[in-house]
Design a protein around this ligand. Structure first.
Ligand code: FAD
Length: 600
């Protein structure tokens, strides 16, 4: 096997978004020989697309803000299904992580007093999102990347990991291929940190890019780890609906945070009709109060446009279904009639350009047309809250590919802070475990490498089969239609049948050409992951007979107390060709934290 490229590290981080970069920096700082592997170019991860900001209770705008309020908002936003310990650590440590980013050179927008500016977002009681215009993710990635490179961390770009390798129950490394040459590469490492992001590409309308095929979720499952919260997919209320080529592209929540309102085709500001009981006490019920809130937050309640995302997305969906949508099947998002052109261009420069260039709409003059888009997966690898260790020794998961932190619905801004808080923790834990092993490391078996090679080459073996693009398209349409924003038992059962059929078709697909840069082959490999993850979502969605957060069942419209005490856990089945589902009680919140939810 002389020709196989091989590298040896203490910690290999798969993914170069915020989570992966922060984990790699922490592992390196803890003394581990660390590498980052990513399937696109460094700097092209999803994190770079994040617009609104990083949620952290720094108290720069509101001295009343503190980790306890942030913790409470996060748990309530997730409808109490969050792993309480993760929500606690996240709220406690986020301010320090943001401060550290600034120390490393990030240039945040400022308050009049020269502090890091913080903006309003849905579900957050106080203005809490540290931001850089509407390009926060770009600044975050720039800062972390510069630091990682300056520290001398090795980066393997455009290299896709297709298998995790184990000895006994423990991780021994990872197997992948260079996208350009198609050549294989093995990483020997006792610690692997998954930081591969989300699953959005399984849906037709999504704000996510080609990279989000659920690789980390599927790699973890195949390695023996479990996933939780997979029924909870966040549909962001505001994606572009026109022109078709950009359908699903995100319109940041900051538009609403900065004064934008939602209107139907009759010109009605309809969100007042959709304030749920759970949020009534803290939401304005007249336009006058809602409008006063922007200038006087102390004495007024928040506008209903800033309810958590699941509420707003469902409301928009209902208006469109009731025939009160825009010509292109969306709803109007209007900031033009509410703020000056100068203000809009300063606060929302990317949005201004996005609409001008892609839709020929001047958002300082006319409303935008928007509709819900698949945006984020709350579900992911089940991990220990303090260390991000999965059920497999040596395997850690962090960022969007991990589960638990956001429960049934993530609040805006809580992802970027999640990446920093848990990225650091995972990197430190992974390094410490590798160090503790001394010379006794699990080793990579040659048979496993051979099997990984064969699995990767399988799409070239059969001739005359279907091409992977047609299966992908059918999967995306099916997930959109049957496992989308509003679900029913019947449709979910049908989706599981369809996924089985797609799996059958994928087992016989064939790809043309050679291993040198071959997108069809890459997709064939990604498709395995997309199918496995889609099955997880549909299976858990069918089992959860209630509506909560990102999971709405038309046939079970109420939130149920008994479902509020359990998670659904997914594991690879014995045959290795699908997943099994089980119920598991939620970790119990200690009494002192429970008191935050009693009085208010
Ligand atoms: P990513 O940043 O996506 O990184 C994933 C990495 O994994 C990439 O480097 C990719 O190449 C690599 N990878 C994947 N599979 C493989 C594989 N098989 N082999 C090797 N490498 C692999 N959140 C907020 O908190 N605030 C916001 O304002 C905000 N705005 C958003 C705007 C948009 C348009 C989108 C799409 C999301 C937004 N989010 C926001 C969510 C947030 O950006 C993401 O949840 C977060 O960036 C995910 O980070 P990550 O590090 O987990 O993954």
């Amino acid at each position: 096997r002389g020709g196989l490229e091989r590298h040896s590290y203490d910690v290999v981080v798969i993914g170069a978004g915020g989570a992966g970069l922060r984990a790699a920096i922490a592992a390196h700082d803890a003394g581990a020989r660390t590498a980052i592997v990513c399937k696109s170019l460094l700097g092209k991860a999803h994190t770079v697309m994040a617009e609104g900001g990083i949620a952290a209770a720094m108290g720069n705008r509101w001295p009343e803000d503190n980790w306890e309020v942030h913790f409470r908002d996060t748990m309530r936003g997730g409808k109490m299904l969050n792993n309480w310990r993760m929500a606690q650590l996240h709220a406690q440590e986020a301010p320090e992580r943001v401060q550290e980013l600034e120390d490393w050179g990030a240039l945040f927008d400022r308050t009049e007093d020269g502090l890091i500016s913080q903006r309003d977002f849905g579900g957050h009681r106080y203005a809490r999102l540290a931001h850089v215009g509407d390009r926060t993710g770009l600044e975050m990635i720039r800062t972390l990347q510069q630091r990682a490179v300056a520290l001398g961390i090795d980066v393997f770009m455009e290299c896709t990991v297709t298998e995790l390798l184990k000895e006994g129950g423990s991780i021994s490394g990872a197997f992948g291929y260079w996208r350009e040459t198609g050549r294989f590469v093995v990483f020997d490492a006792p610690s692997v940190v998954l930081a591969t992001g989300g699953i959005g590409k399984s849906f037709k309308v999504t704000s996510n890019s080609w990279e989000y095929t659920g690789d980390g979720h599927a790699l973890a499952l195949r390695a023996g780890a479990s996933l939780i919260n997979m029924e909870f997919v966040q549909f962001h209320p505001t994606g572009m609906v026109w022109p078709p080529s950009v359908k699903g592209l995100l319109v940041t929540e900051s538009v609403r945070g900065d004064g934008g309102i939602l209107k139907n085709s009759e010109g009605k500001r309809f969100m007042f009709d959709y304030i749920p009981e759970f949020f009534k006490a803290e939401t304005a019920d007249t336009e006058e109060e809602a409008d006063r809130w922007y200038d006087d937050k102390k004495n007024n309640r928040r506008p209903p446009e800033l309810l958590p995302r699941d509420e707003v997305a469902r409301a928009i969906n209902s208006e469109i279904k009731a025939g009160r949508g825009t010509p292109h099947g969306g709803i109007y998002l209007d900031i033009a009639s509410r703020r000056s052109p100068e203000y809009i261009r300063k606060r929302l420069p990317s949005m201004y350009h996005q609409f001008k260039e892609l839709a020929d709409v001047d958002i300082t003059q006319e409303p935008m047309e928007i509709g819900p888009t698949c945006h984020y997966v709350m579900g992911g690898v089940e991990v220990d809250a303090d260390t991000e260790l999965s059920g497999v020794t040596g395997l850690y998961a962090v960022g969007e590919c991990s589960g638990g932190m956001h429960g049934s619905n993530r609040l805006g801004g809580n992802s970027l802070s999640d990446l920093l808080v848990f990225g650091r923790r995972a990197g430190e834990a992974a390094a410490s475990y590798a160090e503790g092993l001394g010379g006794q490391r699990p080793s990579v078996s040659e048979d496993d490498v051979k099997a990984a090679e064969q699995a990767a080459l399988a799409p070239f073996e059969s001739e005359g089969g279907e091409n992977p693009y047609s299966i992908q398209q059918d999967l995306q349409q099916s997930m959109n239609d049957l496992v989308g924003i509003i679900r029913t038992g019947q449709e979910l059962s049908r989706s599981l049948e369809e996924i089985e059929a797609f799996k059958g078709r994928a087992g016989k697909l064939s790809v043309e050409g050679h291993r040198q840069y071959n997108p069809g082959w890459h997709l064939a490999l990604d498709l395995r992951n997309m199918l496995l993850v889609s099955e997880c979502i549909a299976k858990a969605a069918l089992a959860r007979e209630e509506s909560r957060g990102g999971h709405t069942r038309d046939d079970f419209p109420m939130t149920s107390d008994s479902w509020g005490t359990k998670n659904l856990v997914l594991r690879l089945n014995a045959a290795g060709d699908g997943v099994d589902l089980a119920e598991q009680p939620l970790p119990v919140m200690p009494e002192d934290l429970q008191t935050y939810f009693e009085s208010k």
